[in-house]
Design a protein around this ligand. Structure first.
Ligand code: S3P
Length: 176
């Protein structure tokens, strides 16, 4: 990592605010904003639930890997990733090799209240709360290990979160 690194990737569980915060952060830094899920939808012409239905989670993960590889390392970009990006260690390695990684952490209650019955999210839709809690617990350590910086978003407004990350990022860029 050197001080020329200008890609900032946001990771975290579904409903942690990656897209909302990412947009605000990109505007604040004057960077491009890239949403990986939106890119997958644009590249495939299919919605995320349609990809899961047709190709299973495996097919989605393959598309996710390819989408990440097609954009990783571009200069001056904020990358909002899907919650499962950390499942593949090669994705994490690539994100860390091409930029800085920030985990938007949040309590389980906070993320569940934000995802509204898992609409558009096949891994949550129609599942009982126990299944979501299990997935949440299994992901925590992966996010922690992947992150250069962790910001707790529970009860914090998105613009506040974006500002906190921008302050850290600018300091980190200066320090190299
Ligand atoms: C997933 C998260 C989703 C999307 C897909 C799988 C996950 O993105 O990539 O439904 O495995 O956590 P968001 O985190 O933006 O909801």
């Amino acid at each position: 990592m050197d001080n020329l690194t200008t890609q900032l990737a946001l990771i975290g569980f579904m409903g942690s605010g990656k897209t909302t915060v990412g947009r605000l952060l990109a505007a604040e830094l004057g960077y491009d904003f890239v949403d990986l899920d939106a890119l997958i939808v644009a590249q495939s012409g299919l919605s995320i639930p349609a990809i899961f239905a047709r190709e299973g989670e495996e097919g989605f993960r393959r598309r996710e890997r390819e989408a990440l590889r097609s954009v990783a390392g571009r200069p001056r970009q904020v990358l909002a990733t899907g919650g499962g990006i950390v499942l593949d260690p090669a994705n994490v390695e690539l994100l860390r090799a091409t930029g800085l990684v920030v985990w938007l952490s949040a309590s389980l209650a906070a993320v569940l209240s934000r995802v509204k019955e898992g609409r558009g999210r096949p891994l949550l839709a129609g599942k009982d709360p126990g299944a979501a809690a299990e997935l949440f617990a299994a992901r925590e350590e992966l996010y922690r290990r992947a992150a250069h910086f962790i910001v707790d978003t529970t009860g914090v407004a998105p613009d506040e979160v974006a500002r906190e990350i921008a302050v850290w990022f600018r300091r980190r860029q200066r320090e190299g």
